[in-house]
Design a protein around this ligand. Structure first.
Ligand SMILES: *Cc1c(COP(=O)(O)O)cnc(C)c1O
Length: 398
């Protein structure tokens, strides 16, 4: 079976990237999911419930907004896909709503998740409350200290937040704890992964659940511009789920330029960066073969970005393939221009974006788009969660 950008092979490969590199004891869990996810998602009853929740609970379709003042500034036609208007303030809930319906149909009663900044944890705790399911979220002890409001949100929603105390006590340690939990509870538990990462079938599963973003874009573009196809689609990449969703229905349309924006932190060559497509080499992280930042001995290098959602040492295997094949162009943006883009979008459009999203906005000047081009930026989330950071860096912004 050959790979397309939309569909990995049966074993989950996008070119040389993907697969499922997991400990023996996790095999039954992942196999159960792999055998069932496509059939369950194709069931009319699943689709009906998923579409209804997307509409009435998440608030879809999200608007496609023509940003006239940004368009004037960059001398091109810019649209913002408003994922910031989703319930819980970002795209992540598209995935958790879909995965909890899948978990229910697999007969699971208990949900686990890992979270870094807490956004995926909140989106998971939200849908567990909705479905009356037990929810345990693993979070590094350091992250719990840094992201207190999200810890309280999860608790308010009825989730139990468990501190990961090993290693650097951040996201990768929380992921290890979640995997350990899943090995101990294979029968009743589903693990909701938050991005297009992890062993097959997760990257494909999450991409399909986020694909609603580009499905809506095509319809909305046709209505607003007379064509379903824009010249550019731009999205930020942490693990890559919002970008996968924004790119999905354009992957096989060669006229559409796909632009993935990574966080360069203090600079790609500063040693404090998360620009995986530039700095990464093929390796295995969290169960899949992909590009990841590592030293000469293959040890994972600590990533850095001011933006918690982009502070990840890998990218999903689909994005590794998009980078490797040249189908997508990868741009990296440092902390400071991202902060400036926060202020620019706030002042020109009255929309305060998340710091992750601001990296995508900061790339607008580098696209080479002309006055007749249509550019869609995926506005992955709102900036409320980042307000403390914006206050701290007010000097850099204003
Ligand atoms: C989590 C997050 C991201 C990064 O995750 P992806 O899987 O790369 O989309 C980007 N933007 C926002 C607002 C987020 O919360």
């Amino acid at each position: 079976m050959s790979t397309t950008y939309q569909k990995p092979t049966e074993r989950g490969y996008y070119g040389q990237f993907g697969g499922a590199f997991i400990p023996e004891m996790l095999y039954p869990n992942v196999e159960e999911l792999r055998h069932n996810y496509l059939d369950i998602m194709a069931e009319p009853a699943f689709q009906e419930e998923y579409q209804q929740l997307l509409r009435d609970y998440v608030g879809r379709p999200t608007p496609l907004f023509e940003a006239k003042r940004l368009s004037e500034k960059y001398n091109t036609r810019i649209f913002l896909k408003r994922e910031d208007l989703c319930h819980t303030g970002a795209h992540k809930v598209n995935n958790t709503v879909g995965q909890i319906l899948l978990a229910k149909r697999l007969g699971k009663t208990r949900i686990i998740a890992e979270t870094g900044a807490g956004q995926h944890g909140v989106a998971t705790a939200t849908v567990c409350a909705l479905m009356g399911m037990q929810c345990i979220v693993y979070m590094g002890e350091i992250d719990m200290e840094r992201q207190k409001p999200n810890v309280y949100r999860m608790r308010l929603l009825g989730a139990e937040v468990r501190a990961a105390m090993s290693g650097s006590r951040t996201l990768k340690d929380a992921t290890n704890e979640a995997i350990r939990d899943w090995i101990s509870n294979p029968v009743d538990t589903h693990y909701i992964i938050g991005s297009v990462v992890g062993p097959h079938p997760y990257p494909d599963l999450v991409a399909r659940l986020q694909a609603v973003i580009s499905e809506e874009m095509r319809k909305q573009l046709l209505e607003k511009t007379g064509s379903e196809l824009p010249q550019y689609v731009v999205a930020c990449v942490g693990g890559g789920s919002n970008a996968a969703g924004a790119f999905y229905h354009f992957l096989e349309e060669p006229s559409v330029k796909l632009v993935a924006v990574e966080a360069a932190g203090h600079g790609v060559n500063s040693g404090h960066s998360a620009a995986t497509s530039v700095l990464g080499k093929p390796g295995i992280i969290h169960g899949s073969r992909t590009l990841l930042m590592q030293d000469e001995d293959g040890q994972i290098t600590e990533p850095y970005s001011l933006s918690a959602g982009l502070d990840y040492p890998g990218i999903g295997p689909l994005h590794a393939f998009l980078a490797d094949s040249g189908r997508a162009r990868f741009i990296s943006i440092e902390d400071e221009p991202a902060l400036k883009a926060v202020a620019e979008c706030s002042r020109l459009e009255g929309i305060i974006p998340a710091l992750e999203t601001a990296h995508a906005l900061a790339a607008l000047g580098q696209l080479g788009a002309g006055p007749d081009d249509v550019v869609v930026v995926n506005l992955s989330g709102r900036g409320d969660k980042d307000l403390e950071t914006y206050i701290k860096y007010a000097d850099a912004i204003m």
